[in-house]
Design a protein around this ligand. Structure first.
Ligand code: HEC
Length: 199
């Protein structure tokens, strides 16, 4: 095999099956990659072994804690808590608007069972003057906070806990629906619902 002149100097002293090896330099990109891995390993070692960076288990705990915070999973306001709060139907337009957002939002799903306008579907009509579980601010809040799991309504509609303030907005919106007489209103369940006027 013919070898280029300068390659002769590079030729290493061995040959296998007619394959000869040249003592070329490493490609520059390859060398940089190699240096980079060395530098990376130093950083890695410092972070995890010297400065005690979080391991997988700690990262898991941290992510779970962040999710708990984000989705409000920690302290669920239990049913009894509704008594430690002054419930009222507010006239404040902003709070009513906030309640509406919650009602028709995908977080708590009220509209899926009570209808977009509170006219009732699977769940009872919330716009008429008949209530199964009472219509005082306290009672309506309680209905939302505990739900009626045996009838299909879990706590807070979807199980996603709301602060008392948000429930306050929600009941204020529901109160504002009284007497709106929306189309396709669900008939009152005479056997269980009682006349009750929201004040
Ligand atoms: C999966 C369906 C479903 C969802 C979602 C749902 N509800 Fe209900 N809700 C019901 C059913 C069914 C009842 C009736 C329980 C009964 O028959 O005792 C009810 C009852 C109520 C009552 C009591 C009504 C009365 O006559 O006393 C209120 C208030 C209420 N829901 C509000 C809400 C709000 C606010 C949301 C959203 C946070 C919501 N619901 C989400 C199905 C649902």
């Amino acid at each position: 095999m013919k070898i280029l002149d300068d390659e002769k100097d590079l030729l290493l002293d061995h040959e296998y099956d007619g394959i000869k090896e040249l003592d070329n330099h490493m490609p520059v990109w390859w060398l940089w990659l190699f240096y980079f891995t060395i530098a990376f390993s130093v950083g890695y070692m410092m972070y995890y072994y010297v400065f005690d960076g979080p391991d997988q288990h700690e990262l898991y705990e941290m992510e779970m804690a962040a999710a708990e915070e984000k989705y409000n999973l920690g302290e669920q306001p239990g049913p009894t808590e509704s008594t430690d709060f002054t419930w009222a139907f507010l006239d404040d337009q902003e709070r009513i608007e906030e309640g509406k957002e919650l009602f028709i939002g995908t977080g708590n799903l009220c509209f899926t069972c009570h209808g977009n306008l509170g006219e009732g579907m699977v769940g009872p009509n919330l716009t008429d003057e008949y209530w199964i579980h009472g219509c005082s601010p306290q009672e309506v809040a309680q209905s939302i906070i505990t739900g009626f799991p045996d009838k299909g309504m879990v706590a807070y509609g979807s199980g996603a806990a709301l602060s008392n303030e948000k429930v306050q907005s929600l009941i204020s919106y529901i109160a504002s629906l009284q007497g709106t007489d929306p189309p396709n209103a669900k008939a009152t369940d005479e056997s269980r619902a009682q006349p009750c006027t929201i004040q």
